[in-house]
Write a protein that binds this ligand. Structure first.
Ligand SMILES: C[S@@+](CC[C@H](N)C(=O)[O-])C[C@H]1O[C@@H](n2cnc3c(N)ncnc32)[C@H](O)[C@@H]1O
Length: 264
């Protein structure tokens, strides 16, 4: 297992997880393609709430619903193989993909622990005016069997000392935290907030545990794991994103203050 740890691997995650040993990962935190790209809309001059860019990436496109379900079943099956019996899995989703993700996990008899709602304080505007403004995404949290880690007491600090509920408010990733490309626009179209990922990891794992993200993108899971002293394994099949993720990890490692305040 050692050769996989604390590195980003450029690979297809289904193939690489097939090569990894069984039952060694304590927690999987991941943000797979949502199958949400259908042509895209770019409107930098939008007047109802600011510039608007809709995700439209090749890696996020599947021919139809059943191809996406098939892809989800395949990667979830390999994830199940590498996850320890006491491990759990947290998967990001939206109305586009959450149904397929839940089906794939239920088919493997996983236990549904929580459906966490991420309420965005600054959602993208709704430019079609044909639907409500989409202001939420979700994290489904499932356990392989009993005995999963839940740092119940530690979570209370996020709700003034009371039990933490399953609706969390964060802004979308912005400001100095958002990695920019040469054109000044986001280097990765779906970079997730560090605050969300570090809380997920803190909630479902302990120091030195192994956290796997098979869809690492710009490296949010790795940076969050570094911040709170977890081991991690990252996989992405896009070299550009691997480079961004490596750079972010290096930058976080070089900081003496490894907290979210670095970005505020
Ligand atoms: C939604 S993004 C993850 C974003 C990430 N959470 C972040 O904060 O930057 C999904 C990622 O999965 C990668 N990907 C898509 N299919 C893949 C596959 N079969 N194997 C590995 N990575 C894949 C894409 O390149 C993309 O970076």
């Amino acid at each position: 297992m050692k050769q996989f740890l604390n590195k980003n691997h450029e690979a297809d995650c289904i193939k690489l997880m097939a090569e990894m040993p069984r039952d060694k990962v304590n927690l999987i935190v991941t943000d797979p393609p949502y199958n949400a790209s259908n042509g895209g809309v770019n409107n930098p001059n939008n007047k109802t709430g600011g510039a608007y860019y809709k995700v439209n990436e090749k890696w996020d496109k599947f021919d139809n619903y059943s191809d996406y379900l098939d892809f989800t079943r395949k990667w979830v099956k390999e994830a199940d193989k590498v996850l320890a019996p006491s491990g759990s899995i947290m998967i990001c989703g939206s109305l586009h993909n959450i149904g397929e993700v839940i089906i794939a996990l239920k088919e493997l008899d996983y236990k549904f622990i929580n459906l966490i709602t991420w309420k965005k304080t600054n959602p993208m505007p709704n430019i079609t005016k044909r639907t409500l403004t989409h202001s939420t995404e979700f994290v489904v949290w499932f356990a392989k069997s009993s005995g999963w880690t839940f740092n119940y007491k530690d979570m209370k600090k996020y709700n003034g000392g009371k039990q933490l509920r399953d609706v969390w408010e964060f802004s979308i990733c912005q400001g100095p935290e958002r990695v920019k490309g040469k054109n000044g626009r986001a280097a990765h179209p779906t970079q997730k907030p560090l605050e969300l990922f570090s809380r997920l990891i803190e909630m479902g794992s302990n120091k030195e545990d192994i956290i796997l993200d098979p869809f690492m993108g710009s490296g949010t899971t790795a940076v969050a794991a570094e911040m709170i002293n977890r081991n991690w394994i990252g996989i992405d099949n896009n070299k550009e994103y691997i480079d961004i993720a490596d750079k972010r990890v290096k930058n976080m490692k070089s900081k003496t203050n490894k907290s979210l305040s670095v970005f505020l």
